[in-house]
Design a protein around this ligand. Structure first.
Ligand code: SF4
Length: 365
């Protein structure tokens, strides 16, 4: 899948290529957490320990060429898998090793959080969402189960182009579907899909998402002046997928997307909130549950996860692993955890104060 030249470029960009088709890169939030600068929004929303998270992908290839993606247009694209298939055990072992090596320098930082740095040596979560479409790796189910057997939780993000693979997918800790536009015409413009029947594939993917028993989420990447429109049509799509959570996340002007979009396409957090409030009007079963200013993201959760006035959006990871080991059916309700409140979750110092200030604002709605 990968040429020596492409491997060299990826390595320069901080990636480590594993085997024939997998990559690992340390997430900026993992570093931020080790520096004592706060974790990612998935810590605040779901309890992911950002310093113990490995960001990886078992496939460098994708069937879309999304305008907002940090991948360059030279990155491999394909509708089907056509490469030699690496063994999941090998990929996981080598990825964990590469991740650990990449983290070595973080402890030398002037002001590291030593406990977090020590803990970062034990990976507890894997985000299968770095680059490329993870679901097309033919041994994805074996890989997911292997992670779970090691006590590592899995988040997988798919581009909604492989409905059959979604159907066949073994339960992950949290399954994401990306919905990048409210209409067929706009989806083509934004995602540049390889499949002719990209819209039908997305609808079928949403239908299959609805049948999943584990935690599911739909992610909307909000691009200013491009797809922050027609909230009622987004709501119609969301209702087909019936996810447990919805994330409305502002586009970030990074990587190769800078060649395709403008900095002005990056919405402010306030823009994301305004758009979320519009969307909220069409989603009776959901409520805005949280937000993370640094990531410009708003979380919607099903109202039923608010029990006696308190949100339960966090994941009980011990319970999840217990369910996996015992072979008990994995259902969202079975591994929910109360969402803690108060400062300290998304940063420290001024960053917390900013978050607290904003929380007041959002609580008005
Ligand atoms: S969950 Fe995502 S954003 Fe958070 S630390 Fe892991 S890879 Fe980074």
């Amino acid at each position: 899948m990968i040429t020596p030249e492409a491997k060299k470029t990826l390595t320069k960009q901080g990636y480590r290529v594993v085997g024939n088709h997998s990559v690992v890169k340390v997430c900026g939030w993992t570093g931020s957490m080790i520096r004592g600068d706060g974790g990612c929004y998935k810590l605040k929303f779901y309890g992911i320990q950002s310093h113990q998270c490995m960001q990886t992908s078992p496939s460098l290839s994708c069937a879309n060429r999304c305008s907002f993606c940090w991948r360059g247009y030279k990155a491999p694209v394909s509708k089907d898998w056509k490469w030699e298939v690496d063994n999941p055990e090998m990929i996981i072992n080598k990825s964990l090793k590469a991740h650990k090596n990449l983290l070595t320098g973080f402890g030398d930082n002037k002001n590291p959080n030593h406990t977090a740095h020590e803990q970062s040596k034990t990976v507890k979560h894997v985000a299968l969402s770095l680059t490329g479409e993870p679901i097309i790796y033919p041994k994805i189910n074996e890989m997911i189960n292997n992670y779970h057997e090691r006590g590592i939780s899995t988040f997988l993000v798919t581009n909604a182009q492989y409905p059959d693979e979604i159907k066949k997918l073994t339960p992950v800790t949290q399954l994401y579907l990306s919905i990048d536009a409210p209409t067929k015409k706009l989806l083509k413009e934004i995602d540049n899909p390889l499949f002719e029947d990209y819209w039908e594939r997305m609808i079928k993917s949403l239908e299959n998402l609805k049948k999943k028993k584990e935690r599911t989420a739909i992610r909307l990447t909000a691009i200013k002046d491009l797809n922050m429109c027609e909230p009622e049509k987004y709501a119609d799509l969301i209702k087909i997928g019936n996810p447990d959570f919805i994330e409305v996340k502002g586009y970030m002007f990074i990587g190769a997307s800078r060649e395709r979009l403008e900095k002005s396409n990056m919405p402010l957090h306030e823009d994301v909130v305004e758009f979320s409030k519009e969307l909220d009007k069409y989603l009776d079963d959901y409520e805005i549950a949280s937000e993370h200013i640094r990531s410009r993201v708003v979380l919607f959760a099903k109202k039923k996860f608010k029990k006696e006035g308190e949100w339960h959006t966090w994941i009980d990871f011990d319970k999840f692993h217990e369910l996996f080991k015992s072979g008990t059916e994995i259902t969202t309700e079975n591994y929910l955890k109360k969402t803690p409140t108060g400062p300290g979750l998304s940063g420290r110092g001024t960053k917390d104060r900013v978050d607290a200030k904003f929380r007041h604002k959002i609580q008005k709605y």
